[in-house]
Ligand binder design. Structure first.
Ligand SMILES: CC(C)(COP(=O)(O)OP(=O)(O)OC[C@H]1O[C@@H](n2cnc3c(N)ncnc32)[C@H](O)[C@@H]1OP(=O)(O)O)[C@@H](O)C(=O)NCCC(=O)NCCS
Length: 191
């Protein structure tokens, strides 16, 4: 069956969607931070991209990275789609959709029940089946990321979720899940 991407114009004929490699890090960093400078995305350091490079899929045309998107696991049954960016010169051809679909396919392979995004492009994610929820409905994200974000008290991103399994809810959040166990250094057995 023809995919939506394949039905786009012939400019996509050399397009490849693949997992990222460490050698893609610099181009991913430049793409994300071009949009971050316009306040359309949150900025990321090159270090955080290398540390999380296995989260990423990239879109490649003629050896150039024209898009990226990351699936970041945040619990055993859920993950966040983040750092989605498509070069404006390659936009509106289905590349963003293809990247997020690659993230969703990976989430399904892992048996996740939900993926979510915090975004300014509500209409884009709605086309992929995501629906809007209140930020309070995503306490794990709030406790893990938002508390460290410079926009914590003035966040204007929309929280959106896509349920992958009919009738299955993600495991409820308990704040103890983000606690690091305390270790008594004198009694610990390092190694
Ligand atoms: C948002 C973004 C990833 C979309 O990438 P893209 O490759 O142009 O999107 P696609 O061509 O795959 O679009 C898929 C669908 O969403 C729609 N869409 C794309 N961007 C949209 C937007 N900004 N507003 C409304 N609808 C949009 C398209 O019209 C298309 O609809 P269709 O399936 O009915 O034809 C890209 O514009 C971008 O990188 N924006 C800046 C960074 C950003 O906002 N990232 C998201 C952070 S969460």
């Amino acid at each position: 069956m023809e995919t939506q991407l394949e039905s786009q114009d012939s400019q996509n004929s050399d397009l490849e969607i693949r997992r990222a490699r460490t050698s893609d890090g610099v181009q991913i960093h430049a793409l994300i931070n071009k949009y971050a400078n316009q306040e359309l995305m949150l900025p990321r350091s090159l270090l955080s991209i290398y540390e999380n490079i296995r989260d990423f899929h990239v879109a490649v045309i003629d050896a150039r990275i024209v898009g990226c998107s990351a699936l970041h696991f945040t619990w055993g049954d859920m993950a966040e789609v983040r750092s989605l960016a498509v070069d404006p010169e390659a936009g509106k051809r289905g590349i963003g959709r293809a990247l997020v679909e690659a993230n969703i396919a990976e989430a399904r392979q892992h048996g996740l029940v939900q993926v979510y995004a915090f975004t300014y492009v509500k209409e884009f994610f709605a086309k992929l089946g995501f629906h809007v929820v209140a930020h309070e409905a995503m306490p794990r994200k709030v406790w893990m990321d938002c508390v460290n974000c410079h926009k914590f008290n003035c966040c204007d991103e929309v929280a959106m979720v896509l349920n992958l399994v009919d009738g299955a809810d993600p495991e409820p959040f308990d704040v103890s899940q983000v606690n690091v166990p305390t270790v008594n250094p004198r009694s610990s057995n390092r190694g």
